[in-house]
Design a protein around this ligand. Structure first.
Ligand SMILES: Cc1cc2nc3c(=O)[nH]c(=O)nc-3n(C[C@H](O)[C@H](O)[C@H](O)COP(=O)(O)OP(=O)(O)OC[C@H]3O[C@@H](n4cnc5c(N)ncnc54)[C@H](O)[C@@H]3O)c2cc1C
Length: 485
């Protein structure tokens, strides 16, 4: 770390105490535990300590209480967290940040981690002219939304979810599990339009119908009538005591824009995560990097780690170069994983293998280009999901028996061993934890999932890797218990 002896710590101010701002503070505290080189002040509008927003649909489903999803608060002299405080203006010339309590914070480096908010479509009754949710309407972005939703919807009550993307489908699953009668409305031709193809969506919609959720795709909402329900463009009214809006998000970019910083749909950043003002950085859902990644936690956490290394001076040249997103639907009883190219089956050099089993509610599609996995949709194929995601990450050659691969059956090992030249195969993508990291944690004495989580952070993001970590643990226990000789 390069700092001048005796110099006062560099003042870093973070706007936003969400998942990414909090991770930045945690990483900085890890790299500079005594706060000798940096002092981080985090300001956040929400009154709570930071929490795992990804698990909010689990709170709706009743799988977690709000306390169970809290994130660790760094307890070090180098970090100060001010909850219930909103940044109102940024003065890049004098390098100060104005707060809603009338004070101004000076900074050497500023980190914008302001996240995003729910986008409310311009449908009568959904939002008031000032942007506040209409009567009986809520988004699902923060803990306050969760509490509002659970207060609006009692068991047996009809609820309409507007938006059939991942978030809407997770909310619908949680609500039906709590005994509500749920309809989902999606304006695209099929649900999860960005992540999966139409045949998969059809089977997924049938799975939802079997759970009691009515899915209405390619239908536009015309009007929300409080106390009655949602009127569609074909005149039908779906009964609803509550309307949950999950129709996309909009980056919180106003602070940057008003300060003259370059903003498009997000705050524009380069590989150093610097904005058009070199002293101002942006990470997480509010940032727009050429390699994408906004809207998912793994890229945000990776950005937080890269920026912490840069600003503490631990690795001043660290760069963030983009994301390879993978989507997992967190809906009890449904195993759905999708990643990469899934909509390009007509491309000449693309080979696709598909298994469609509508009766069994299963569907798998594998896209291969030049012997490498470039995309997959896996509904009801959890074993294949882990293997294919690893092949996707590492770029290792695909085994010849594609069908066996999709079914999760043993296949002839690829010619080139995995992990040799390419990136390591990840088990926990949210936290970039590889199989080797987990094996090392085991060697260091971690014998339970909780102990592995404590050492590596695996399973503490979206929770989608719990099964894989358990399987690795069982394998290692088996090996340890096996008689020698
Ligand atoms: C229900 C749900 C499920 C999700 N599931 C997944 C999933 O399975 N996988 C996945 O990868 N991603 C998922 N996501 C997305 C993931 O949660 C986000 O990518 C992540 O939270 C982004 O973190 P962030 O810190 O950038 O933004 P946020 O978590 O939104 O935090 C931003 C914070 O900044 C605060 N803030 C904003 N403006 C100011 C200001 N001016 N002053 C002070 N504070 C301010 C906000 O109040 C907020 O607390 C999900 C999101 C939701 C809502």
């Amino acid at each position: 770390m390069s700092t001048v002896q005796g110099a006062s710590p560099r003042q870093i101010v973070v706007v936003g105490n969400g998942m990414v701002g909090a991770r930045f503070a945690e990483e900085t505290a890890r790299l500079d535990p005594a706060g000798e080189h940096t002092h981080v002040t985090v300001v956040g509008t929400e009154h709570h300590h930071a929490y795992n927003r990804v698990l909010l649909s689990g709170v709706v489903a009743g799988d977690y209480t709000p306390d169970q999803i809290r994130l660790p608060v760094p307890d070090t002299p180098g970090v100060t967290v001010r909850t219930g405080t909103t940044a109102t203006a940024l003065d890049t010339e004098n390098r100060t940040l104005a707060l809603d309590d009338g004070t101004h914070l000076p900074y050497d480096e500023l980190v914008l981690a302001t996240g995003a908010r729910a986008a409310f479509p311009p449908v009568t009754g959904v939002a008031a002219p000032d942007g506040a949710p209409g009567e009986g309407v809520t988004a699902l972005r923060d803990l306050a939304d969760c509490q509002r939703l659970l207060a609006l919807a009692r068991p047996g009550a009809p609820v309409v979810v507007l938006g059939g993307g991942i978030l809407g489908l997770e909310a619908a699953r949680g609500l039906v599990g709590r005994g509500m009668r749920v309809s989902v409305v999606e304006s695209s031709p099929w649900i999860m339009r960005r992540q999966i193809d139409q045949p998969a969506a059809r089977i997924l919609a049938e799975r939802y119908a079997a759970m009691g959720v009515a899915v209405h795709s390619w239908r536009v909402a015309a009007r929300w009538i409080p106390g009655t329900g949602l009127e569609l463009d074909d005149g039908r009214i779906l009964p609803g005591d509550a309307l949950v809006v999950t129709a996309g998000v909009r980056g919180n970019t106003e602070l940057a824009k008003d300060a003259g910083i370059e903003v498009e749909h997000g705050i524009v950043v380069d590989d150093r995560l610097a904005t058009s003002d070199a002293r101002v950085h942006a990470i997480g859902d509010c940032a727009q990097h050429p390699g994408g990644g906004a809207g998912l936690i793994q890229p945000g956490w990776e950005q937080a780690a890269v920026l912490a290394r840069r600003l503490t001076g631990t690795a001043p040249n660290a760069l963030y170069t983009g994301a390879r997103p993978l989507t997992r639907l967190k809906a009890q009883g449904i195993e759905l994983t999708a990643f990469g190219q899934v909509h390009e089956e007509d491309a000449e050099d693309l080979e696709t293998v598909t298994i469609s089993d509508p009766y069994g509610g299963r569907y798998a599609k594998l896209s291969v280009r030049q012997e490498k996995v470039v995309g997959a949709v896996l509904l009801g194929f959890p074993e294949a999901a882990a293997t294919l995601a690893q092949l996707y990450d590492t770029g290792a050659p695909v085994p010849a028996d594609r069908l066996a691969l999709l079914q999760g059956l043993p296949t002839t090992a690829p010619d080139q061993p995995q992990d040799q030249d390419g990136p390591p195969s990840l088990v926990c993508r949210c936290n970039a934890v590889s199989r080797t990291d987990i094996e090392q944690a085991w060697l260091d004495g971690a014998r339970t999932r909780e102990a592995i989580a404590e050492r590596t952070r695996a399973t503490t993001g979206c929770g989608g890797c719990v099964r894989d970590v358990q399987a690795l643990l069982s394998g290692m226990r088996g090996q340890a218990d096996a008689p020698v000789g």
